[in-house]
Design a protein around this ligand. Sequence first.
Ligand code: NAD
Length: 479
Amino acid sequence: MSELHHNLIGGEWTDGDDVIANINPSNTDDVVGEYARASEADAARAIAAARDAAPAWAQSGPQQRHDILKAASDEIMTRREELGRLLAREEGKTLPEGIGEAARAGQIFGFFAGECLRQAGDKIASVRPGVDVEITREPVGAVGIITPWNFPIAIPAWKIAPALAYGNTVVFKPAELVPGCAWALVDILKRAGLPDGVLNLVMGRGSVVGQAMLDSPDIDAITFTGSVATGKSVAAACAEHMRKVQLEMGGKNPLVVLDDAALDTAVECAVNGAFFSTGQRCTASSRLIVADGIHDRFVAAVTERLKGLVVDDALKEGTHIGPVVDENQLSQDERYLAIGREEGATLAWGGERLNRDTPGFYLQPALFTETSNDMRINREEIFGPVASVVRVKDYDEALAVANDTAFGLSAGICTASLKHASHFKRNSEAGMVMVNLPTAGVDYHVPFGGRKGSSYGPREQGRYAAEFYTTVKTAYTLP
Ligand code: NAD
């Protein structure tokens, strides 16, 4: 048995109620590690610890916060290959994708280390003579952080770093499938010098630990990334307690390809956006909306590219696409493959379960053609390496189809036309718009988030993160 990784509560590494084995989706015989599973009582202790630590951390100076976040950033960057390997082993991204994500976490901590030193307020002239008005931002208090499995280190980083930078304490509950990166990140931050109780880790079930966080009156704000279904219950619980909430949820992101697009660029955007990271990205291009004039050439070229992609063990050199994260997700992907066929879509390529040297959840990337936007495969998030092509006659129809969705996270267009690119940027109903770039793949220093069913509450990342992690105070003084 491997060493047990504990929860962190009030600065102490503690056992949970029971233990969960972290399984490698590329090889289910490989146990990545053993992780404590927190109970409801553990969650309550973690929340109490975060509350107790909140006043002192709110008063901590910018230098102290900066130094801790900077030390964490430096360690993550130094260990990015090792952390990337852990990520690839527990989640199934390829090794280069895992290393890239680990480096991204380091960059995020570096950005927010800088933000610690750049917190300013406004001093504004009063409409009343002799009165001074000052506007400042203060920490919200104890923040609950609930994260999904598909970005095991980047999403925790882009929530924990701003929470700490703006003076909040944290109760962090990672997804059950990926405790490894979460534990490693918390260990790094503890050793970087965080005072006890400022960051608490409670690994465990959403229905137990997550629910205890939602039900507690002692958490001041909750930031959540995950599915729409869970997000709705998070929002309802936060309304009940009148507390701040931020939700990042699913997507059904369109990539429009116009007749005048550079074919190579369009194919690269589609293949990268739809299938890399096994299609398990909230920003994945699951709807490829393609104009009639380029449709057949585009489908032929994408299919050719898919035939050349190597689906195999995430840690093997040369693998382009790792496994699906687990049996549940693989069954969901296969269910949607069956639904697509029943709805009359043509499966142009892929969709077969694959056997490799090790037992894992391998699925051939799948491309549906001759689909319409009202099919379930084009309305519901599949969250796997499955994309559909919707044929349209022109730009106007493409834009209408792109916006005809309950989601609004990311949207892309491939075109040589400045007119259409500009019009699309203005009229797309998505929070992020990409021109001649994949719908997935964003910078870490600018806002991230969507509209409609994809996001709720303030944006994440960059300086916009302050909206969620601080509360504004307006002070009037008559000297
Ligand atoms: P999920 O909703 O099943 O779980 C997310 C987190 O919520 C997990 O930590 C889980 O344990 C917890 N949880 C579950 N039930 C809970 C409850 N009752 N109370 C509190 N917490 C609970 O999502 P997932 O399967 O881990 O992640 C996949 C989803 O995440 C996809 O829909 C994807 O689009 C979305 N996602 C969105 C973004 C974004 O930024 N928009 C980014 C990545 C992933």
